[in-house]
Write a protein that binds this ligand. Sequence first.
Ligand code: ADP
Ligand code: S3P
Ligand code: MG
Length: 174
Amino acid sequence: MTQPIFMVGARGAGKTTVGKALARALGYQFTDTDVFMQQTTGLSVAEVVAREGWAGFRQRESDALKAVTAPRTVVATGGGAVLSAENRAFMRAAGQVIYLRAPAGTLAHRLEEYPLDAQRPTLTGKPIAEEMVEVLAAREALYQDVAHHVLDATASPEEIVAAIQRSLNAGALE
Ligand SMILES: Nc1ncnc2c1ncn2[C@@H]1O[C@H](COP(=O)(O)OP(=O)(O)O)[C@@H](O)[C@H]1O
Ligand SMILES: O=C(O)C1=C[C@@H](OP(=O)(O)O)[C@@H](O)[C@H](O)C1
Ligand SMILES: [Mg+2]
């Protein structure tokens, strides 16, 4: 298999962390749309949102998604990349899409430990635990819809990488 692999899921699901480990395990390149955007604009997510609003950020994110997609590459998307129907169709057609699924409580706990405010300006203005409940309610169906593989993201990164590899191999045999 040489198709790109797209990591989707909410903030804190581990798209960046697990995506990097998966790329290492597969001998693939790793890329992250938020990092790509930061490198090409010289601005953090929070700065882009402050200047251009979320709509401007989403447009840049869609452009970044297409720019970084390449064979033998694991692409960590941002948690909201799935909001665009065009992005969902693009990822499903271009490669294998992995949804890292975790309950709101787990996500909120991780984000409280490691907020990374420059990358994760508030989406709703609400406290993080409430925000994650709302975000999952709004996006769960989109994550499920776009995914070829749904993985339990509450396990350790090593366990998740092994589970993804099993799921990719099982899919390849179908
Ligand atoms: N499987 C995991 N188990 C425990 N902590 C994790 C796991 N995956 C990610 N984390 C932690 O959660 C935080 C967010 O991870 P990150 O990879 O940035 O998520 P995302 O890119 O999906 O927002 C980081 O502090 C990371 O170390
Ligand atoms: O869920 C979201 O809408 C977002 C998630 C962030 O990425 P991570 O999911 O990697 O934290 C980043 O793209 C931006 O703050 C928007
Ligand atoms: Mg990330």
